[in-house]
Design a protein around this ligand. Sequence first.
Ligand code: NDP
Length: 248
Amino acid sequence: MGKTVALVTGGLGGIGSEISRKLSESGYIVVATTFNKEIEKADEWIAEQKEAGFNFLVEEADVTDFEACGAMVKHVEQAIGPVEVLVNCAGITRDGFLKNMDESNWDAVLSTNLDGVFNMTKSVLDFMLTREFGRIINISSVNGQRGQFGQTNYSAAKAGMHGFTMALAQEVARKGITVNSVSPGYIATNMVMAIDEEIRNDLISQIPMQRMGKPSEIANTVGFLASNQANYITGANIPVNGGLFTSF
Ligand code: NDP
């Protein structure tokens, strides 16, 4: 494989970092995207990854901003290389019962988790269509499949991501582009460790495997979907949740 680019939104995050590492090991030039590159975090992250043997590029784009996503992708295509893999991993939570949820928390979650997928995918799609090859992988959530107390916004956005996945998969299948989603269960990242310990332990007790998942377990699935081994898989959702939610 020649050096092509894997673009990972939220690539500096708990799950995104492991996905970046996995795709780097698979031979891609990995461009991790962040909301705000100016913050020290990006430099610290690059240095930390370098120490572990990984060389990553970081680009900035707010995934809620269509113009910014388009400009960033154009820059990557021109200055770095052809984007072969897009992983939509950027996401936020703003939990609260619907009764108390204000509009801003609805809007923030929908625009980051769902509009963000549109904004980034639309930005890479023409390039992928021209080359007749691409791998689009959307990081959804178990809570998009089954709903979750206090997460009407997040569950709606994550379920919406999969509707998007299934529809786009049909539109681009004949152009060599696959579109899939991965639905993690509870993964031990800052997002989940921020949950109150008592609630976290209660959540773990409901998982048949009796433990949270590791970011690497999501990354391995993304690596598989990006590889040639997954050539005939499109429009699929792969749950990685320790048995927390099963369906067919
Ligand atoms: P993190 O908070 O560690 O990572 C989320 C990333 O999203 C951050 O790196 C952040 O970028 C980025 N981000 C947030 N808002 C924006 C924005 N407007 N524009 C661009 N980037 C943005 O969370 P996780 O690693 O835990 O989660 C990664 C994904 O996995 C999310 O989509 C999440 O919903 C999903 N998921 C996570 C689960 C878990 O248990 N952890 C379970 C199920 C799904 P930065 O701060 O660098 O600017």
